[in-house]
Design a protein around this ligand. Structure first.
Ligand code: SF4
Ligand code: FES
Length: 227
């Protein structure tokens, strides 16, 4: 049987409303660290498109992706598709369409609209926190995709490095900042936040470019190589 002839499997009734979709998706994406875009009109437009697609094709396929016709493949573009593209979306701060944005982003206006999937190897700046939430001489843990990163503030500069101590994998962000060094909370190994080098042999950690723009801390990651 070709995919076009398969019986339609309905997850939502014929009278599904935009509010029904919001009620269904909101708690699920919150669990993943996302929320609806702050641009409410845009959100309603996208969800209205999804309801049209539901009526026509039997499921809430993404309005900004093209179905392949292979049901297994197309499961990856049933909204919300965040679990299937977790790394890419975390790096972008949004899903492809911009319907969902990372929980910490206050204004999603700049993130609306469709983008194409960036190629592996593309470098993207990820907003990770507000500078005011990173006090001088402190570190905090942020997650970009599957990468655990420690963001550190020293004077007017911010730095980002792997959050995992190479000794026994303690979370470095739980340690303390001493000058340009982040000191591991468990056994005191010291990591230079500028270079990721440590005072123990063969145990350096990787660093990431970090910068502050308009009071927001950004960390640059290379897609497909963020770990
Ligand atoms: S890209 Fe966004 S709108 Fe499209 S399916 Fe994924 S979560 Fe939904
Ligand atoms: S786990 Fe970091 S020094 Fe032991």
């Amino acid at each position: 049987m070709s995919s076009d002839q398969r019986p339609v499997r309905r997850m939502f009734g014929e009278d599904t409303t935009i509010q029904d979709l919001k009620d269904h998706m909101g708690p699920f994406v919150a669990h993943l660290g996302y929320k609806f875009n702050t641009e409410t009109e845009f959100v309603d437009e996208v969800l209205a498109s999804e309801i049209e697609i539901l009526d026509r094709d039997g499921d809430i396929y993404c309005p900004c992706r093209i179905r392949t016709g292979d049901p297994k493949e197309d499961l990856k573009i049933v909204c919300p598709c965040i679990p299937f593209f977790a790394d890419q979306f975390a790096a972008l701060g949004k899903c492809w369409c911009g319907l969902f944005i990372l929980e910490g982003i206050e204004d999603g206006a700049a993130l609306i609209g469709v983008i194409e999937e960036p190629e592996a190897g593309a470098e993207v700046d990820v907003p990770v926190c507000r500078l005011e939430d990173l006090p001088l001489g402190s570190a905090r843990h942020v997650k970009i995709g599957k990468s655990d990163i420690a963001v550190v503030r020293v004077a007017d500069e911010v730095f980002a490095l792997s959050n995992l101590c190479r000794h026994a994998f303690a979370p470095l962000s739980d340690g303390f900042v001493d000058g340009y060094e982040l000191v591991c909370p468990w056994h005191g190994w010291r990591y230079d936040v500028r270079s990721g080098t440590t005072d123990h042999p063969n145990a350096d950690v990787r660093t990431y470019p970090a910068a502050v723009r308009d009071g927001v801390v950004f960390v640059s990651v290379v897609l497909g190589r963020a770990r």
